[in-house]
Design a protein around this ligand. Structure first.
Ligand SMILES: Cc1cc2nc3c(=O)[nH]c(=O)nc-3n(C[C@H](O)[C@H](O)[C@H](O)COP(=O)(O)OP(=O)(O)OC[C@H]3O[C@@H](n4cnc5c(N)ncnc54)[C@H](O)[C@@H]3O)c2cc1C
Length: 405
């Protein structure tokens, strides 16, 4: 038995309260555009999402006066990223060398970041946030998307909108409902994601350990290490069947100095298994509907840049669309303009991620070989003009975007 259908209306309906959705909603609300943000969960407190805020995002937040307040939340900073190989450590990225006010990656629990941005947006009367509102369908009339049907505790509601934005992440419901065509690549790995305690005198930064066909990335998250154990694609059931003791032993062999920390892994509930994907839609829009962030391009975790790119999409979308939305003369060309500006940086970074997956990660996961940093990368890191490239690409992206004043 369905509850009585209610109806409401907004200029822009944003589906998904992840990094792309909250930032876009805030920027539109600042421009007095009526925006309703729908988030399926009741709160932002989902575990095992990336906790990284890159220099480019900090610069964007600084442009709207929010970098200072954000830094008052408890956080950690990563200044360098290093590859820890059998031949010794290789500094891959030194963010201190970047020309930016924020030469580090800020590690902030994503739930705190999302709640912070949502709180800021709530200061604007044209912003409305609906938590626990799961979009189930699109309202389509004459080939144009006119809003969504969502479900909350009270039943189904129709929300009519001049524009609907799908910022609903890697498993995007809107991408599916809109019938968007997806091009997929096949990353060679999956990830076991967990946290272990970190002591104040532990090493700093982001560290990637290699050995024996295994790879472990550890990120300083203050009192904890956020750890990503990279395994061969499709092997998670096998790893689980082998048992936690085998996993703890493999981790301790890889990083003996932190063996006692891995003893803290006592239950599979502490470990999230994440299937790594990478894909993009060929067209980001159709009349009345635009996809941004992971909904338009699912990012591999390589380089930890997904949040960065999702937020840059949101900024460009707000820059391009707020005027037409406010003046009620939005055209299909405006949506095409968002794709035109954002498609090539995302395709470029996905191509780089695919290259790293093939040349570095596949080699690291080969149990028969000894992992060595590829020669081309070792040479690049020695050339003064080029050695900052990895830090630049990770920290700032291929193209800087700015909030339109
Ligand atoms: C293992 C792994 C580790 C990663 N680590 C990092 C990292 O360290 N740093 C980094 O930058 N990136 C990382 N990424 C990538 C990053 O998580 C994504 O690129 C980023 O979160 C995309 O942001 P988004 O706003 O587009 O989507 P999401 O963050 O996925 O947000 C989508 C939101 O939409 C909501 N939603 C979904 N369906 C509906 C619906 N039907 N109705 C309403 N709401 C809905 C969801 O609840 C969610 O809140 C990682 C990815 C993986 C797989």
């Amino acid at each position: 038995m369905t509850a009585e259908r209610a109806q409401s209306e907004t200029a822009c309906c944003v589906v998904g309260g992840g990094p792309a959705g909250v930032i876009l909603s805030l920027l539109l609300a600042r421009k007095r555009v009526a925006v309703t943000l729908l988030e399926a969960h009741d709160n932002f407190d989902r575990d095992f999402r990336g906790d990284t805020i890159h220099p480019s995002v900090l610069e964007l937040l600084d442009e709207i006066g929010l970098a200072g307040p954000l830094h008052r939340l408890p956080h950690a900073k990563i200044h360098t990223g290093a590859l820890m190989t059998a031949q010794g450590p290789v500094t891959l990225a030194d963010f201190r060398r970047l020309r930016t006010r924020f030469p580090y990656i800020m590690m902030l629990p994503q739930k705190d970041f999302l709640a912070f941005v949502a709180r800021e947006a709530e200061r604007y009367p044209s912003f409305r946030l609906l938590m626990g509102a799961r979009v189930e369908g699109l309202i389509e009339e004459g080939g144009v998307v006119r809003g969504v049907v969502y479900e909350d505790d009270g039943g189904k509601v129709e929300l009519r909108a001049g524009l609907t934005i799908g910022a609903d992440g890697r498993g995007s419901r809107l991408r599916h409902l809109g019938g968007f065509e997806q091009v997929k690549t096949s990353p060679p790995m999956d990830i076991l994601w967990f946290r272990v305690p970190r002591k104040t005198d532990d090493a700093d930064g982001g560290l990637a350990f290699f050995g024996g066909g295994h790879m472990l990335v550890m990120l300083n998250r203050g009192e904890q290490w956020q750890a990503a154990y990279v395994i061969l694609k499709g092997s998670s059931a096998q790893v689980r069947a082998a048992g936690l003791e085998v996993l703890r032993r493999a981790l301790s062999e890889l990083v003996p100095q932190y063996a006692e920390r891995f003893e803290e892994l006592r239950d599979w509930k502490q470990v999230s298994m994440l299937s790594v994907e990478s894909s993009r839609v060929t067209r980001w829009f159709k009349p009345g509907l635009l996809l941004i962030g992971d909904a338009a391009h699912v990012m591999s975790p390589v380089g930890g840049v997904g949040i960065n790119y999702a937020i840059q999409d949101a900024v460009v979308a707000a820059n391009v669309l707020s005027g037409p939305l406010e003046e009620k003369h939005l055209q299909l060309g405006n949506l095409a303009e968002v794709q035109r500006r954002r498609e090539w940086p995302t395709r470029l970074i996905q191509a780089v991620q695919t290259g790293i997956q093939k040349r570095v990660i596949a080699a690291a996961l080969d149990p028969t070989g000894t992992f060595r940093v590829p020669l081309a990368l070792r040479l690049l890191l020695r050339v003064p003009g080029l050695r900052n490239l990895p830090a630049r690409v990770i920290g700032l992206g291929f193209k800087k975007v700015h909030v339109k004043p």
